[in-house]
Design a protein around this ligand. Sequence first.
Ligand code: PMP
Length: 355
Amino acid sequence: MKQVFNFSAGPAVLPRPVLEKVQKELLNYSGTGMSVMELSHRSGPFEEIIQGAETLLRELMDIPEEYEVLFLQGGASLQFSMIPMNLLGEHGVADYVVTGSWSKKAVKEAGKIGTIHQIKSPGDIPAYTKEDFSPEASYVHITSNNTIEGTRYTTYPETGGIPLVADMSSHILSEPIDVSSFGLIYAGAQKNLGPSGVTVAIVRKDLIGKAPETCPTMLKYETYVENGSMFNTPPTFAIYVLKLVLEWVKENGGVAGMEALNREKAGLLYSCIDESSLFSNPVPEASRSLMNIPFTTDSDEVNKLFLEQAKRRGFEFLKGHRSVGGMRASLYNAMPLEGVRALVDFMKEFEADQG
Ligand code: PMP
């Protein structure tokens, strides 16, 4: 099989040892004589998987007792609706910091439920303080890593006690964060956590239980709390793989270990881009994402040629998001250092050929 490096923004590369373990256990999970996909979600072995996943996530992210860990469906996109439905409360007002396309989508859905104040960031992400927010807001929503624009917060907003809600879909577990400074954190799994189909929400307990009576049962956080995320059939296979990914993170130095590697990988690629006279990245240095790195040349033709040659060499999914064009390399936790080294070597070679 040819060596391939997968730079997709999601679904994305998974750790090789995780995939090997899935393969090994596929037909006979832990001596049950059946695949994990065939196990009842009410069975002992699956109970162990889902509880194990929660325990590991709590350990890796140092999640305090006052927070629930929920396994949901519908992707991060359903959270765009569930968050206002559950958190808006009586004022019905929330502030959304708009730093890119995914923030805009979150605003659009929340606007159907309540009154949303938008705070538009300039190209970079400044340090927000409580004066930036409405005193009556039930929460402040941010997209902590912008998958398409390649930006991230390096300082989280000071909200003066208003719960901070963060869409961490594209960088959860990539660097340590202080969970206690957030009211709610959510992430679709298909980038740093596992396969698509499961969404993780980490919710401060006092924010749960405020959804109106009319809120559908499946859209209330309390339903998931009261039923251990198993009011209905959860995405069992996705949760199983997520647990294996968390075990892999733990074996590889935990979140601090991931951060060290992510800084090294992103550093290599940013240096290559900054030193190049062919490629460029538009993001101010202080707001650069460690996970999603867009880059481009001045010419659509050259971009196309680069992408064609890259694909032939086994560098997959480097095409930039259709809204921005150019290229984008997503360097999630599971992208090995050798993948980034190989990409950088190829970029240098390509540039020399253009010369
Ligand atoms: N938020 C961010 C920051 C994302 O990157 C994505 C997916 N690329 C989403 C939300 C949407 O996630 P999902 O497809 O799980 O709904």
